[in-house]
Write a protein that binds this ligand. Sequence first.
Ligand code: NAD
Ligand code: TYD
Length: 356
Amino acid sequence: MKNILVTGGCGFIGANFVRLILQQLSDIRLINLDKLTYAGNLENLRDLEDDSRYRFVKGDICDAELLTQLFAEEQIDTVVHFAAESHVDRSITGPAEFIQTNINGTFALLETTRAAWLGEGQDAATKRFLHVSTDEVYGSLGATGLFTETTAYDPRSPYSASKAASDHLVSAYSHTYGLPILMTNCSNNYGPYQFPEKLVPLIINNALNGKDLPVYGDGKNIRDWLFVEDHCRAILTVLQDGSLGETYNVGGNSEKQNIDVVRTICDILDEKTAPLASGEPRQSLIRFVQDRAGHDRRYAIDASKIKADLGWEPTLQFEEGIRLTVDWYLQNSDWVSSVLDGSYQEYYEKMYGSNN
Ligand code: NAD
Ligand code: TYD
């Protein structure tokens, strides 16, 4: 593992992963290819810009020509594929981008990787393509049961359907062409640098500012929450020690109803920050709103394979991780403001001009 292409490294999980890998591995080169959609924030990695091991490239994973050029220039031997449209609500109102990036983009990346690694004289055995995916591909659980790596796919939102399609393509490239792939399917992440449209940062920001806290439906939908740094450690573990062709489920052993997530955040903010002007506890801001269309009821991961085979398990329970996360958002109010007012999108031009 020398020349690593990370796609989507300016997003939430990608940025945490880029940080982790540059901290953990000294002798590598890391190329971060990111289109800088609304979810990509170059400022997430601002402090790494002077690191000679790191190169940022603004570009689209659907751009086969650019991908081919990067593989040749940088002699890419490892791909960690995060780039995706990732927000379920957006996939309901505008699915086209999800099909384009998550399916066609993954296809373009696979084709380029195949051409670069499986051509004559190439040694694919030394290469790794890790596809980062989600537990949402497995559909929705009832009150009991857990998703395992062999649970049948049953995606139910345009987001999860597009991720499922990308997973199938990755798997097909392994079976058909022998592309050296690894796959991770992970539960809901939370932590630093998450775009404040997702439940945890949205609730932190609204509760801090005395705004309504929208809870979809009855608030009893369940997600299994994993602190993002634990997810990134899992990805690195799979990259280094995973068996080629295998899928690993990654989860936090932290199932929570949404309403409990929201209440916990309210209570932590009441404890750590000035009270609301009304003097009411922040739970008074909770509003039950119209449910999400097709809202999956429960996700829960059985992460025993990655624990048994590779020794990974989460280090943080939700109660600890959520406190760290609230602290991070309190300490990084400038980051939140720049995301909310859109000024984070000016940073690329300031740094690189309009061409790259
Ligand atoms: P994110 O939306 O925060 O970031 C996505 C990144 O991809 C952004 O930087 C964006 O600019 C970039 N991108 C989007 N389209 C692109 C394109 N066409 N070309 C190049 N770059 C592009 O997403 P995230 O939450 O960090 O998720 C990263 C990956 O992890 C996704 O594949 C997602 O499906 C998966 N995942 C996320 C979670 C979660 O809870 N967030 C859980 C499991 C798996
Ligand atoms: P989200 O963070 O969008 O992640 P995902 O849909 O990928 O699980 O949502 C997490 C849960 O919180 C999900 O059940 C939908 C719910 N939710 C709300 O109740 N209110 C909100 O404003 C948002 C964004 C999500």
